[in-house]
Design a protein around this ligand. Structure first.
Ligand SMILES: CN1c2c(nc(N)[nH]c2=O)NC[C@@H]1CNc1ccc(C(=O)N[C@@H](CCC(=O)N[C@@H](CCC(=O)N[C@@H](CCC(=O)O)C(=O)O)C(=O)O)C(=O)O)cc1
Ligand SMILES: N[C@@H](CCS)C(=O)O
Ligand SMILES: [Zn+2]
Length: 759
């Protein structure tokens, strides 16, 4: 059987983010549903055609979405929370978007991290009233479209039942088995229709299987797949895993499926040793994930070839395919736009299109079987010159030691109370204010040389001044400058620090229509010149209220960049930490007295296997502490986290030793509060009182309730009132209305606490 190449998914945002623009036009009612559908179809077909032209052997279909593939699956199975059911929607499409974005009356569904990536999925909600049915077989429609329009015999991609249910919420552990059983029947229907329509291999993503899974839980997986394959005996299911090695390898390979996809890039060498130990059944396809699907480095083909040979030695008669380690959703589309990167750096990179070429090179090499092609040689030689140019490090320059602030929290807290004289339940925001079109356009013009530095700086100053006035008007207690000078909270620092490169068009989807351009860490990171002082000091000069200096922390900068793989993560995190320490010194010298070091990606970086948690948390927390340890005791250190499950890391959050943390909770509030019933958190804390992702304006009453609920568990003397994340995606009108209500809610709660009647 000839070798096949495949990928698990392709970037969906289009070559120039046309997907994003189309979505946003539609949401603003600037185009109608018909135009939207037509143009989305063009984008979808164009993406498929690209893969076809690039020579992908087995092209994924159905990975394309209007928002998120997990939401697609929830919608397909009629998992529509009841709060949306009484609202009139003009179309199913509008209902679908309402689940993700909320409406005036219904809160959006929760959004959270997709495993350890910076992609966010919409959390499916299972309610007791759920009527299980297949509303619309989207994988079938996508499969048929690719076949009919482009003659592509696609590989339909579905998120698998076990992972889908594990990613959902709204049920107890005891109900898991019952819901899994229900889901299996629904999946069987979808798969049966696909098979009937001629689908051959069907990719069933089960990334949850790379977590640490108990024997008992694994039995549920076995039962589910036995049942599924009994219901659809003719379907050729490819069980696809990624991001780590699988748990229970020896049992997974016995599941009744036609093929299994394993990640050989992020498995720490485990899959090869499992193959050596347990072999692999001859009657199944083994899809080797050998090209890194989530980082942007060129593959060392010689090294990968060695791995392939080692596998082949063990599995000489098997059907083996070459794949990326995961969907290419996490990398930008094409290097061809990157005209400003130094050639020597570009030589070390591969984006989605270039990764497909690498798969082709490996396939051709296997077929030619002996000598390496000219293309192979030139690929390797450019990779080696890249490595020679950039990758050497003297680790002693970035010492790693256990960092500790010189005074305890209670000592610092007493000093800071005295100094800042804040009211009970102080109000603040998380950092960014609306990044409006004029600001973004001005930055783009400035970058292209069409706008002078002077004019650009003036616009930033005008924005800061305006929003300082707004904050005075709102009567917030602690201000921010608004982050107008930043394109993004990570890319901005990537532009300023040594060791980073930024791209022109290296966009990847973060959530919904929102994209980011992760900077590339290609060499040692070092401080160059002050990055945030000018804007922060200017903002502080305009007000008597404290203005928080705003930095992104070392772990988040690392996790949201394309990172070096030639060094351990903690070494790079420490390099960033040492650079930020210098920035903090500069801020303190400019009399900035509160400094927020955001770490929203700290939880996201938590390894997927439990056995690796402690080592990660140790270095991640320490990198934060290295950043902040030299801060004066009177300078208040804030941090902020969002989009994550926090219950398993609350002790580490405490160990970061920040004076105040703001933590996102608004979309799953009750769940977070429960954590504090069990764990002591004894420092300043603000639980986000409203969800900034939704255009919906929160009412005063609902925020008062959230504050009261929080104060049942957390001490009022340490409690802060804030939104759950930055406000850059909101309009000015939405921001002012929501914050007006938030300040009112804080006042009511404050009065309730201090009123002698209530006492
Ligand atoms: C807090 N979050 C972040 C994450 N990761 C990050 N790296 N950064 C984050 O802030 N992960 C978790 C969450 C995810 N949240 C968000 C929220 C918002 C965005 C977002 O708004 N992204 C923007 C792009 C931001 C940006 O880089 N803008 C640039 C370029 C502006 C631009 O597009 N210019 C146009 C011209 C103007 C126009 O017509 O709009 C052009 O060049 O063509 C800038 O401001 O300079 C987005 O648009 O998606 C992301 C993650
Ligand atoms: N300071 C950042 C944090 C986002 S997680 C902001 O406000 O956008
Ligand atoms: Zn945030």
């Amino acid at each position: 059987m000839p070798i096949k190449t495949s990928i698990q998914g392709f970037p969906r945002i289009g070559e120039n983010r046309e997907w994003k623009r189309l979505l946003e036009f539609y949401w603003k009612n600037e185009i109608d549903g018909c135009t939207f559908e037509k143009e989305m179809k063009d984008i979808r077909l164009n993406l498929l055609q690209k893969q076809q032209n690039a020579g992908v052997g087995l092209i994924p279909t159905g990975d394309f979405t209007y928002y998120d593939h997990v939401l697609d699956t929830a919608y397909m199975f009629n998992l529509i929370p009841s709060r949306f059911q009484n609202e009139p929607f003009a179309s199913g499409r509008d209902l679908y978007f309402a689940l993700a974005r909320g409406t005036k009356h219904a809160e959006a569904c929760e959004m959270t991290k997709w495993f350890n990536t910076n992609y966010h999925y919409i959390v499916p909600e299972i309610e007791d009233t759920w009527i299980p049915k297949v509303l619309y077989n989207k994988p079938l429609a996508d499969y048929l479209e690719a076949k009919q329009e482009l003659g592509i015999q696609g590989k339909p991609v579905l998120i698998g039942p076990y992972s889908f249910l594990s990613l959902a919420k709204g049920y107890d552990d005891e109900q898991f088995e019952r819901y899994l059983d229900i889901l299996i029947s629904l999946y069987a229907k979808v798969i049966a229709e696909l098979t009937e329509a001629g689908a051959s291999y069907i990719q069933i993503d089960e990334p949850w299987l790379v977590h640490s899974i108990s024997d008992k839980d694994f039995q549920l997986v076995q039962a589910a797949y036995n049942k599924l394959t009994n219901l659809v005996p003719d379907a050729k299911l490819l069980l696809q895993t990624y991001f780590e090695s699988v748990s229970h390898y020896e049992k997974i390979i016995q599941l009744p499926v036609a093929g299994i996809g394993l990640d050989f890039v992020y498995d720490k060498g485990k899959h090869l040793s499992y193959i050596e130990q347990f072999g692999f059944p001859k009657d199944k396809v083994l899809a080797l994930g050998i090209i890194d699907g989530r980082n942007i480095w060129k593959t060392d083909l010689d090294k990968t070839w060695e791995l392939i040979r080692s596998i082949q030695t063990k599995l000489s008669d098997h059907t083996i395919w070459f794949q990326t380690s995961c969907s290419l959703l996490h990398v930008p589309m094409s290097l061809s736009y990157e005209t400003t990167l130094p050639k020597s750096l570009k030589e070390g990179l591969a984006f989605a299109e270039e990764k497909i070429e690498e798969l082709n090179l490996l396939k051709d090499h296997l077929t030619s079987n002996t000598h390496t092609s000219q293309q192979w040689e030139s690929h390797q030689s450019s990779l080696h010159s890249f490595k020679k140019a950039y990758q050497s490090t003297d680790e002693s320059v970035f010492p790693n030691y256990k960092a500790m602030r010189s005074q305890s929290f209670s000592e610092r807290n007493a000093l800071q109370k005295e100094k800042f004289q804040l009211p009970l339940l102080p109000t603040t925001t998380i950092g960014s204010f609306p990044q409006t079109l004029d600001m973004r356009r001005a930055r783009t013009a400035f970058r292209k040389g069409e706008q002078t530095q002077e004019k650009y700086d003036q616009l930033v100053k005008d924005k800061i001044k305006h929003w300082i006035d707004v904050q005075e008007e709102l009567d917030l207690d602690v201000f921010v400058h608004g982050e107008f000078e930043r394109n993004d909270m990570v890319e901005f620092f990537g532009e300023k620090l040594n060791g980073f490169a930024v791209t022109i068009n290296g966009w990847v989807q973060s959530y919904g229509s929102r994209c980011v351009k992760p900077p590339i860490i290609y060499s040692d990171v070092a401080f160059d010149e002050p990055m945030t002082v000018k804007e922060t000091a200017y903002a502080q000069s305009l007000t008597q209220k404290p203005v928080k200096g705003m930095l992104t922390g070392p772990v988040t900068i690392l996790n949201w960049s394309f990172e070096r793989t030639d060094l351990p993560k903690h070494v790079v995190a420490n390099q960033i930490a040492h650079s930020l320490t210098k920035e903090i010194e500069e801020l303190e010298q400019s009399e900035v007295e509160m400094i927020q070091v955001d770490e929203p990606a700290l939880r996201e970086g938590l390894p997927l296997k439990k056995e690796d948690h402690t080592a990660y948390l140790d270095w991640a927390v320490n990198a934060f502490r290295l950043t902040t340890e030299k801060v004066k005791p009177t300078t208040q250190v804030h941090t902020h986290m969002c989009y994550s499950e926090f219950h398993d890391i609350i002790d580490s959050i405490n160990a970061m030793d920040a004076d105040v943390i703001s933590i996102e909770t608004s979309s799953s509030h009750g769940e977070l509060i429960k954590i504090f019933e069990k764990h002591v958190y004894d420092k300043g804390i603000g639980l986000g009182v409203y969800d900034i992702h939704s255009p919906r304006i929160p009412t005063v009453e609902e925020m008062v309730d959230i504050i009261h609920e929080s104060l049942d568990t957390l001490p009022s003397s340490l409690f802060w009132v804030n939104p759950d994340c930055g406000l850059k995606t909101r309009t000015e009108e939405e921001t002012v209305s929501a914050l007006t209500n938030m300040v009112k809610a804080a006042r009511i709660a404050r009065n309730n606490l201090t009123s002698p009647l209530i006492k």
